[in-house]
Design a binder for this molecule. Structure first.
Ligand code: XMP
Ligand code: MG
Length: 183
């Protein structure tokens, strides 16, 4: 479904599906060139990155393995707690792999900086990050993110994998959730 179908629950559409798919093509071309001849592993962070992983992996011109990690730092609220828990670990040994972490969004940066530190101890040949969205004004820690889709304002957003209380992930667009929904 499209964000425009539920205008009462959203205040603004920030990124449309069309804009997302065009950006994935662009970043996919960069990634394909940067990793030519290298042993690339895509690591998606569940559950938010499911949509971006599905669409991004399919714009790549080569087959790549993917693995998933589930961490949680939010609970049911809208603010990061900074306390990260592994809910599902990787199935893959990272040793000598060129790892590209695929994330939906960098908000405070706390989750990703924790994840990067965790991965660095596992012997990967390299670790880079692709985040579809980033909120520069929300950063509590700097995260070195090589590929960024869109910088967005510091507001709680849903859609394209991003949820509020597990809903809205199946919106095709990214939109700002109306405060009355979570107030
Ligand atoms: P941090 O703050 O640690 O965020 O960079 C980590 C994870 O929190 C989720 N997140 C959001 N989910 N709307 C959402 O639906 C948002 O605006 C939002 N900001 C952060 C997301 O899973 C991210 O990976
Ligand atoms: Mg996430």
């Amino acid at each position: 479904m499209r964000a425009a179908d539920i205008p009462g629950e959203l205040t603004e559409i920030l990124v449309t599906e069309e804009q997302i798919l065009a950006k994935l093509e662009e970043i996919g071309a960069r990634v394909a060139a940067d990793y030519a001849g290298k042993d690339l592993l895509l690591v998606g962070v569940l559950k938010g990155a499911v949509m971006v992983m599905a669409d991004f992996s399919r714009v790549l011109p080569v087959t790549v393995p993917m693995d998933w990690m589930a961490v949680s730092s939010y609970g049911a609220g809208t603010k990061s707690s900074g306390v990260v828990q592994i809910r599902k670990d990787l199935d893959t040994d990272l040793h000598d792999k060129h790892v590209l972490i695929v994330e939906d969004i960098i908000d405070s940066g706390l989750t990703l900086s924790w994840l990067l530190e965790n991965f660095e101890s596992r012997g990967a040949a390299s670790i880079e990050v692709f985040a579809l969205l980033r909120k520069p004004d929300a950063a509590k820690v700097e995260v070195d993110c090589k590929y960024v889709g869109f910088d967005i304002p510091n507001e709680f957003v849903v859609g394209y994998g991003l949820d509020y209380a597990e809903c809205y992930r199946n919106l095709r667009d990214v939109a700002v959730l109306a405060p009355h929904v979570y107030a």
